[in-house]
Design a binder for this molecule. Structure first.
Ligand code: HEC
Length: 124
C-alpha cells in the first residue's frame, strides 16, 4: 500500500516537472521577437555544446567566464559564430542564419558573461 502511494507521488512529480520543461521551451511572449528567436536558435543549435546559459558542455565551450578566446566584442563574437573556429566542433553558422540573426545570437552569447566589463576606451 505505502509503496503504491510513494510510487504515485514520485510519478506525478516526474510528470509535472516534464510538463514544466515543455512549457519553458516555448518562447516567452513579452520579449521582442528577435530576442525570443535568438533564444530559440540558441536552444536548438548551440545549447547541445554550449549548455543552458552558456555554462559549457564540451571543453572550451563555456561562455560565462569572461575569457573570450576569439574576442569579446559583439563584432568579434558575431564573426566567430559566422565563420566558426577551424579544426574545432565550432562550425560556421553562416548560411544557416541571417546576419541579423547572428548578431542577436552574439548578443545572447555575450549576455551569458556576467563578469564586470572594463570601461570602454574614451572616444576622442
Ligand atoms: C558541435 C558543438 C558546437 C555547437 C553546435 C556550437 N558551438 Fe560554439 N563552440 C564550440 C567549441 C568547441 C568552441 C571552442 C572553439 C575553440 O577552441 O576556440 C566554440 C566556441 C564558440 C564561441 C567563441 C568563444 C570564445 O571563447 O571566444 C562562441 C561565441 C560560440 N562558440 C557561439 C556559438 C553559437 C552562438 C552557436 C550556435 C549558433 C554555437 N556556438 C554552436 C562548439 C560548438
Amino acid at each position: 500500500m505505502t509503496t503504491r502511494v510513494i510510487v504515485t507521488i514520485l510519478l506525478s512529480t516526474v510528470l509535472s516537472s516534464a510538463a514544466a520543461g515543455t512549457r519553458q521551451q516555448q518562447s516567452p511572449k513579452k520579449k521582442p521577437a528577435a530576442v525570443a528567436k535568438a533564444q530559440e536558435h540558441y536552444q536548438m543549435t548551440c545549447q547541445p555544446c554550449h549548455g543552458v546559459g552558456g555554462v559549457g558542455v564540451l571543453p572550451g565551450t563555456e561562455l560565462t567566464s569572461g575569457k573570450w578566446k576569439h574576442g569579446s566584442s559583439l563584432q568579434a563574437i558575431a564573426k566567430t559564430i559566422t565563420d566558426g573556429v577551424p579544426n574545432t566542433a565550432m562550425l560556421p553558422a553562416a548560411g544557416r542564419f541571417t546576419k541579423a540573426e547572428i548578431l542577436e545570437l552574439a548578443k545572447l552569447a555575450r549576455s551569458f558573461d556576467k563578469t564586470p566589463r572594463r570601461k570602454p576606451p574614451v572616444k576622442k
